[in-house]
Design a protein around this ligand. Sequence first.
Ligand code: AMP
Ligand code: MG
Length: 334
Amino acid sequence: MKLKFLIMSILSLAFISSCSEKEVSNKAFVLDTIITINIYDTNITQKEKNKLIEESIEICKDYEQKLSKTISNNEVYLLNNSNGNSVTVSDNTLFLIKNSLYYSDLSDGAFDITVKPLIDLWDIKSENPTVPNYTDIKNALESVDYKNIEITNNSVTLKNGSQIDFGGIAKGYISDKIKEYLLDNGCNSAVINLGGNVVTIGEQEDGSSWKVGLQKPFSSSGEVIAVINIIDKSVVTSGAYERYFEKDGKVYHHIIDPKTGYPSTQELNSVTIISDKSIDGDALSTSCFVLGLEKGMLLLENIDNVDGIFINNNNEVFTTSGEGKTFSLDLLEK
Ligand code: AMP
Ligand code: MG
């Protein structure tokens, strides 16, 4: 009975609340994923809520154009085709590159936006992905090194043939931008969900915490393993199950270890980060996934106001010591 109730409350992010006259939500397909914005604020008119949601989706589309590696002539494209020449980039791109480099240093290279040649090689999003041959992986690895990124003011140079992919950090950054926009426009109660990258504003109308479902890894029916209770925080998950293919009984997922060129072979199924800023959560969830349980935990315990939930291959759940302080967790399964 309890299980049923809790699952209902998670779905309230999408369903129960949609019965409320005060809540307005909308969905769109952007950034290769479903994005949903729900606004609950009672001080904003329905019309205004619709406008804010529409504008939030536009912000998302705009950043997708600016940051996607597959869209011609944006700054990422120019950088990736610069042949070692410097490119002057906007403050937004610079901010994202600097943050990426910060997390590369912090994670000892586990997080590295220069993994692009490997991501292209594995091509996990394609219809029939295959395991690349070792020579190709070795060749691709040669240009993978975040230290190849040089910055002078707004000028960025990618040395040694490096190319970049913001896939491990962009959704967090864009969610923060949408939150900023909504707050600037007087919205104090909302949930922004960019394909599971969940950012909450304030608390629920009745003063209670938001309830975010933590997906059971590899569950085909979208089962929930636990409920995370948070107020005004971001929750980001990196999971092996999010994008993967199987070959000879082995799972090949989309998070690449920049040191080996292969999907990280850690004992983890997923890492979830609870933080104030989603850009931090996004970079850290990818970092910790590659680092694994022990090193990932250690990293998080040394960062203030950031917590993590690790799920290993046996679907056992491990949390940082901030549980009960920055978030609480209701486990549905042992
Ligand atoms: P996430 O779901 O946030 O963990 O991001 C995974 C995405 O980030 C992948 O689909 C790649 O585009 C990119 N990526 C994969 N491995 C890494 C890595 N080690 N460092 C940075 N980005 C990565
Ligand atoms: Mg990430």
